[in-house]
Structures are given as C-alpha cells and as structure tokens.
Design a protein around this ligand. Structure first.
Ligand SMILES: Nc1ncnc2c1ncn2[C@@H]1O[C@H](COP(=O)(O)OP(=O)(O)OP(=O)(O)O)[C@@H](O)[C@H]1O
Length: 390
C-alpha cells in the first residue's frame, strides 16, 4: 500500500502539492487524475524518493522509498519513457537495470516479450517511436515483478492495440493483488481501467472514492426527451408542462430536450397529459469525463480561448451562424449545464450543497468547490536551479 500523509512540496514560491493525504490500496487499479500542472508527477516523484517532500511523508508498505529494502524488486515505475540512454539497445537498457537489482537476465527477455518488443530488442531506443518507448518503460517497470506499480501516463503514444493491452495489463496486475497507481488524462480509458480514483487540483485533494461513486457524486442524471421534429409546437407544449411541474429543461443541440429534476415516468405522464407524442425518452448518466470536468473546472490553470484568427478569416455571409459547439467534443459549457436557477454555478460555493450531487453510498462529504489557494512558500528560491541544486 502507498500512503501519503500531509504531503506538501514547494518549489521556491510555487506550491506544487499541498497537504495531500491518501492511500492507494492493493488489489485495485487506482487512477490519479488532475488538470495539467496539478501536481501528479510531483506526487509520484515523491512516492519514488526522487523528490523530497517539503513537509509530510509518503510511504510504501510502511517505508519511505529510500528506506525500502530492495526497492527495485518491490516497486516498479514508468515516469518518463524518454529517460533512457538512447544509444543503448532496448535489451541492454533493461539488462543494465536488471543487473543493478540482481534480477536474472532471462527476466529481461520475459518482459520484452510481455511488452511486445522482442523483435526490436537489439535496436537502439533512440530510434523508437513514442509508443515503443512507452512499452520499453513499462518493461522496465515490470522487471522486478514488483508488488507496487506506478505509471505516469502509460498509454501516451500507444496505438489502439497498445491501449487495450495496457488496460488489460493494469487490470491483471491488480487482480494478482498488486497495488497499481496510474495517472492519465484519457477519461474514457480511466473509466474502463480504474476501480478507484484520486483526483487533485492545484496540488490539493479534490476526491478519493470509487469510480462509480465519483460519477454519481459529480453528475446530474437527466432524461433526454424528443418530440416529433416536424411539430415544434409539441416541443414548446412539453417544455411548458415540464417546467410547470418543476423540471429544468434545456435544449440539446439535436433538437431534443434535456430534462433534470423529474423522473422518467413523471415526464411520460406529463407528456401524455399535455397530449404530446414522444419519439424518445431516455435516461442519461454522465460519463466519467463529464463528472471529471464538472469537478475540476474550478481548478484548471491552463484554459484555452477561442481562436480569433487575427481577422484572417473572411466575415460570415449575412445571416450565417458561427458553428455550434458539439456536445461531447469538449466545448466550454457542455459539461456543466447551468444549475436549476439557470446560469448558476454548476459547482456549489463552498459550504453549500452541490445541487447536482446525488448521495453516493459511502461517499465522503462534498468535495470543495475549488481548492483554497495553498499558502505560498515564504522565501523565494532560485527556480532556475533544480531542487537538488538548491
Ligand atoms: N522541478 C520543478 N521546479 C519548479 N516547479 C516545478 C518543478 N516540477 C514541477 N513544478 C511545478 O509544479 C506544478 C505541478 O507540476 P506537475 O508536473 O507535478 O503537474 P502534473 O499534474 O504532473 O501536470 P501534467 O498533467 O501537465 O503532467 C507545476 O506548476 C509545475 O510547473
């Protein structure tokens, strides 16, 4: 088990990780999520003894990494697939790692086979593609047959076959009772791979719960309702009936209605009562991606803006509309339908209940709307130097 208690890391004036406490348990894949720059890699480096915490501590099986007996046999990690000697053959790279840890050479050939690199084992890794480099990094992590595995963005650059393979590998490792801690920005992949999620934002813990509870706690269930396309008045009639009955009704891009706050049978009854025919009435639960976007939207540091194209585009012809955002394609606002009063913050202010949250069994109390700003370190340090140099 990995256990962090009050883990804090400052780089000069920058607080990368602040007061993080969590446990990563064996027998499950634990996903580690957070926006760019939220402190995931820093946390992983501290777990692996590559960075010293400013305060707090993190242990593996009760020991700080540097005090673990035969750490390379107990913990395997993929942090940066590029961190290899590019002039070395893949096999020699693994062989040198194996020799340092007293691992027999035949294990090198085993892991090369596991990651599918046996045919390029004698090629220099500097000629490897991104995906091949990831595979080599995963082979290095597996070398000591460790009980604890950390993977930072393991599917980065992998082809679909490789992504599926990593997914199955993670699950198989966890099913063998190992501790598997994996960071990723690919929500669809995490939804299929992880059992448990730890989410951080701006270095602080936002959530620590099962993936199922995470989605329930951070999403609004809603119904999609569609009336005949050819009869817009039916849509208006239904909207009026549903709103009068206390539902919140939002238009969907394809002409359907998104209805919150009313159960499906009630929507059906109201439509019947208003003499409106339905072409669709379907329940919808948010995806992990939607739940994640909802949770982290206040903790995102790097936000894109619309491309104004510096006036390089010809103006739209009279009457033409700019393209509409497409649901599910990452357009701002899609993931966070307004609160029931229309336009309110999708996340409740601190201290108030989240209007969208549903009580998930065993789920902890509401996560904070956004991490409070972590206190900055007092003395400014020289950020041009690495931590060790400082
Ligand atoms: N050696 C360092 N010196 C100074 N600042 C650092 C150092 N390492 C990380 N940081 C800062 O700490 C913060 C957290 O960075 P970190 O790499 O841990 O985030 P991350 O969640 O892994 O991001 P990403 O998802 O983009 O990989 C960032 O603001 C980063 O600039």
């Amino acid at each position: 088990m990995i256990e962090a208690v009050g883990l804090t890391k400052r780089y000069g004036a920058k607080t990368a990780v602040y007061n993080l406490s969590f446990q990563v348990r064996p027998g499950a894949v634990t996903g580690f999520l957070g926006p760019n720059g939220s402190g995931k890699s820093t946390t992983m480096r501290m777990i692996l003894g590559l960075d010293n915490p400013t305060s707090g501590q993190v242990t593996i099986g009760g020991y700080p990494y540097r005090k673990l007996p035969n750490a390379a046999r107990q913990v395997g990690a993929l942090l940066d697939a590029k961190a290899v000697h590019g002039g070395r053959h893949a096999r020699n790279h693994l062989l040198s790692l194996a020799q340092l840890s007293g691992i027999p050479a035949r294990r090198v050939d085993e892991v090369l086979g596991v990651v599918g690199l046996q045919d390029v084992a004698r090629k220099r890794s500097k000629g490897f593609s991104l995906g091949m480099g990831q595979r080599l990094g995963i082979a290095a992590a597996l070398l000591g047959d460790p009980q604890v595995l950390l993977f930072d963005e393991p599917v980065n650059g992998l082809d679909p076959e490789g992504i599926l393979w990593v997914r199955n590998l993670m699950k198989a490792l966890a099913a063998e009772g190992r501790t598997v801690f994996v960071s990723s920005h690919l929500m669809s992949e995490m939804a299929l791979t992880a059992d448990h999620l730890i989410v951080i934002g701006r270095g602080q813990l936002l959530s620590d719960m099962s993936i199922k509870d995470f989605i329930s706690a951070n999403s609004a269930d809603f119904a999609r309702v569609r009336t005949p396309d050819t009869e817009p008045q039916q849509r208006e009639k239904l909207t009026a009936a549903l709103t009068e009955a206390g539902g919140q009704v939002l238009p969907e891009q394809d002409g359907a209605l998104r209805v919150m706050g009313l159960p499906l049978p009630r929507i059906s009854d109201l439509a019947h009562g208003a003499d409106v025919r339905l072409w669709e009435l379907s329940p919808h639960q948010a995806s992990l991606e939607e739940a994640y976007m909802r949770m982290t939207q206040n903790a995102v540091d790097y936000r894109s803006t619309a491309d104004q194209k510096a006036g390089l585009q010809p103006p739209l012809p009279p009457g033409a509309q700019p393209p509409m955002p497409v649901p599910g394609q990452g357009q701002p606002g899609w993931y966070a339908p307004p609160a029931p009063q229309h336009g309110g913050p999708p996340y409740a202010p601190q201290g108030q209940p989240n209007p969208y949250a549903q009580a998930a069994p065993g789920a902890p109390a509401q996560p904070p709307a956004a991490p409070a700003p972590a206190p900055a370190a007092a003395p400014a340090a020289d950020l041009t130097k690495s931590e060790d140099a400082r």
